[in-house]
Design a protein around this ligand. Sequence first.
Ligand SMILES: [Zn+2]
Length: 58
Amino acid sequence: MAARKTTSRKPKKQPCPDCQNGQILESFQVGGRRKRVSDDRQEALCLTCLGTGEAPTA
Ligand SMILES: [Zn+2]
């Protein structure tokens, strides 16, 4: 009987460097004359990892 080695490789997932948990806090940069009433920040989907929270593998 040949012992089969099952090499189940699990790729290490690296966290996205640009966000945490796939969400970023977008800060509004509203300068100028028009002062709009808006929240300072808004949760947005990270475009680097597309919300997965993991660094994209090239
Ligand atoms: Zn991200």
